[in-house]
Write a protein of this length. Structure first.
Length: 279
């Protein structure tokens, strides 16, 4: 009889809609009221922070945007913390994009910083936008930057921008940072720019990309790596600015509940099977 079932057996009959509601609340509530769960920084994140923190004022950093709306929640928090770090140090930012969506992601991100840091286009930062060609673009600017980027997103000639003074090829920038969700992205920048021209570089990637990129980090070709949402939260705690930590609260609690439901579901199944066999 159903009434003779134990508590663990009845858990297996729980309406899945209740599971969806509980998981939904576990994500929604921490976003409204962050819990402030402790974030422990990993060595690869610390390496990124130290690399950026060592840059002197006036350093020109090329940031390439290789992500779109589907990976925005994971990658954009890295970009937010990164730009806070760079602009607080009075570094100069040159933005490019090897993904079409990257142009829109970068433009949206810079809008958040223009007023806060009183940035001047062409002096403190410039957005050169998207160019098609994947790694061919990197190979192109390795030889001649202005042949590949003649104008910025606002139609200004690159040669007239103060921030581009002395930038004739990729080796003339001081540092490279990629915000990457796949191909083309971090690996291509390492292979065709950072490594052959000895340009220091760091990167933030989606969690699924970490295994692909970590060998280059271990080989010293990339200074650390921000690995997914957790990497963004770790970097944010070091920079002390950003939004990734509250997302990690939601992600951590949701993951915990999912694992808990899986364990309870399996226990309920085992208990039920044993009851059937003994009947």
């Amino acid at each position: 009889m159903a009434n003779d079932k134990s508590f663990l057996e009845r858990l297996g009959d729980l309406d899945r809609r209740w599971v969806f509601i509980i998981i939904g609340l576990s994500v929604f509530i921490p976003l409204l009221v962050p819990l402030g769960l402790e974030v422990v920084t990993t060595p690869t994140t610390v390496d990124v922070f130290n690399a950026i923190d060592s840059l002197p004022a006036g350093t020109r950093v090329l940031i390439s945007f290789e992500y779109g709306p589907s990976t925005q929640p994971e990658v954009e928090p890295m970009g937010v913390a990164l730009l806070h770090h760079l602009f607080r140090k009075d570094c100069r930012v040159i933005a490019t994009a090897l993904w079409p969506d990257g142009q829109f992601m970068s433009a949206r991100l810079f809008e958040l910083f223009e007023a806060e840091y009183d940035l001047e286009w062409g002096v403190d930062y410039v957005n050169l936008g998207f160019r098609p060609g994947a790694e061919a673009v990197i190979k192109g600017i390795a030889k001649e930057f202005r042949a590949n980027y003649r104008t910025d997103l606002r139609g200004n000639l690159v040669e007239d921008l103060p921030i581009m003074d002395g930038i004739y090829k990729v080796a003339d920038v001081d540092f490279i940072f990629t915000l990457s969700a796949g191909y083309p992205g971090t690996v291509e920048w390492i292979l065709y720019a950072a490594d052959p021209y000895n340009i220091p570089m760091s990167s933030g990637v989606t969690a699924i990309q970490v295994n692909e990129v970590i060998p280059y980090v271990d080989a010293g070709q990339c200074y650390g790596i921000l690995a997914g949402m957790s990497g963004a939260a770790e970097y944010e705690t070091l920079v002390k600015k950003g939004d990734a930590t509250k997302f990690m609260d939601a992600q951590s609690i949701a993951h915990f509940l999912i694992v808990l439901f899986i364990i309870l579901g399996n226990i309920s199944y085992i208990v039920g099977r044993r009851r059937q066999r003994s009947a």
